[in-house]
Design a protein around this ligand. Structure first.
Ligand SMILES: Nc1ncnc2c1ncn2[C@@H]1O[C@H](COP(=O)(O)OP(=O)(O)OP(=O)(O)O)[C@@H](O)[C@H]1O
Ligand SMILES: O=C(O)c1ccc[n+]([C@@H]2O[C@H](COP(=O)([O-])O)[C@@H](O)[C@H]2O)c1
Length: 189
């Protein structure tokens, strides 16, 4: 089984993420795309981070019963912050017959040299990279990369949190069930 891992804080998940995951799943380079929720990105501040179980629940609501996808809480029980190489080592041990690739934007890929043991990531795992505006796709690290031209929605989780604070509607920028859950619980107010 080939698994495409889409790592993120998903604080909260939004339509931009879902477009990417769906596009990559449709390419059939992988059998399944897993959303891996990171409790704490090593390079980001914890502030305004919703509880990881609530973020996980929002992704379950977002993908509903789409069997191209799975949501993973594997990083919840690993040490924090969440280092991707450690998660991959754990996943590979747990699923020795699976092959894992990393799905990431060209922005994150350009930042990869700041990640823990990035040389090991580059050596051992293939990357599926989609271009994000302002970050041309190029491999300067000798990684095993497939560059894909995914459709993009130029929105971030930060934008969504700002919209909530300003009382704007989240219609279309997150799935309806995600919008309802955020509103019902007063998240990010
Ligand atoms: N609109 C988008 N289109 C495509 N990829 C995105 C988009 N927003 C985020 N990503 C990518 O998805 C992954 C997970 O993103 P993340 O959870 O950090 O969301 P974010 O919207 O960038 O969050 P924040 O604004 O809180 O930093 C990252 O690799 C990020 O680069
Ligand atoms: O392993 C690292 O050193 C590392 C450094 C920065 C980011 N990451 C991971 O990259 C993923 C994307 O992060 P984010 O918050 O931008 O969605 C998330 O799973 C982080 O844990 C990992």
């Amino acid at each position: 089984m080939n698994i495409g891992l889409y790592f993120g804080s998903f604080n909260p998940v939004h339509t931009g993420h879902l477009i990417i995951a769906s596009y990559v799943a449709n390419l059939k380079m992988t059998d399944q795309v897993w959303f891996v929720v990171s409790p704490q990105n090593p390079l980001k501040k914890a502030h305004s981070l919703l509880n990881e179980y609530d973020r996980l629940n929002l992704i379950h609501l977002a993908i509903d019963e789409d069997d191209r996808f799975k949501v993973s809480d594997v990083e919840f029980k690993l040490p924090k912050p969440s280092y991707t190489i450690d998660t991959l080592t754990y996943l590979q041990e747990k699923h020795p017959k699976y092959t894992f690739s990393l799905i990431m934007g060209s922005d994150s890929f350009q930042n990869l040299t700041r990640w823990k043991n990035y040389e090991l990531l580059v050596k051992n795992y293939p990357f599926i990279i989609y271009e994000r505006e302002g970050f041309p796709v190029e491999d300067t690290l000798g990684a095993q990369c497939t560059f894909v031209k995914a459709p993009l929605l130029n929105i971030s989780a930060t934008d969504i949190r700002t919209m909530i604070k300003e009382g704007m509607s989240l219609k279309y920028v997150v799935p309806e069930k995600v919008k309802e859950e955020i509103e019902k619980n007063g998240y990010y107010k």
